[in-house]
Design a protein around this ligand. Sequence first.
Ligand code: CA
Length: 334
Amino acid sequence: MSQSKISSNINLEKDGKQFGYLRAPHSTNTSGWGSMLIPVVCIKNGDGPTVLFTGGNHGDEFEGPVSLLKLGRNLESSQIEGRVIILPALNYPALMAGVRLSPVDGKNMNRAFPGDPGGTITTMIADYVMREFVTVADAVIDLHSGGSSMVFAPTTVIHFLNDEHQMKRCFKAAEAFGAPYTMIVRELDAVGMLDSSVENTGKTFVSTELGGGAFLSPETIAVADRGLSNVLIHLGVLAGEPDSSNSRVMETPDEGAYFMAECDGLYEPVKEVGQAVKTSEVLGRIHDPDRPDIEAADICALCNGVLMTRAGRGWVRRGDTISVVAVDCAYRAD
Ligand code: CA
């Protein structure tokens, strides 16, 4: 395994709280010997589990970064037993630009894992995170939202895994987070995700979809803030009682979960996320502003369930996922 060009000024073995950064060489027209400094917070007290929190995997999803910045400032080492590593801006250049993909190399961080130390900036960061942080973590919590193109009902997300014990661990942690929904997902495109790279190591992994539309709401921030402390309590790093109400367990059905737009246009949502929907019921309509004379295209539910996701902006394009419907899931960890 060749060496990473990234270094860090954080000592992961040191007790106390450290604010530091990963330093990635980044030579540009305006900064010849420049570096990209990617913030990291490490909070450690004695022995105990290590939890890695990541936000800003996609740069237009803001609940994770905001909630993790708050956690990093508020959590003191004296309150914990173990170690909390926080990367609030995983795809740093994307977050700073407020866009999903890295503006430096055009890459999607969540398709760049397990990474490449000799690759472009996004794959270099992915590799460094895997080798330095995931290897020492017992659990990894990656905070996503719908980004500029989608809005989600606040949800924790795990996957169907072949390892029964690992899946139970992931499920329990996801449930403990205490979002209104816990969704077990069959991914459309799982290759290169942080999710699958961590799951392949056998460790506990939970992701979230907390809102979206590239904005924040008091509701989704509250779910994130509460979820972070709930999960730390669940994992034994923080003392106390979790503040989790029941999370409704959902799964994406094999057929009919995802609906892709088949034309461009302006999306009129008819149903809101969190609402029950029935097969053939209209979820929304796509209007073509160039054609006032033709009817809008109805987007209809392909199965009964709950609308988990809808288009998060006015314009939708052919091929966009504009709705995800999930159904109640009987899976339980005990
Ligand atoms: Ca995302």
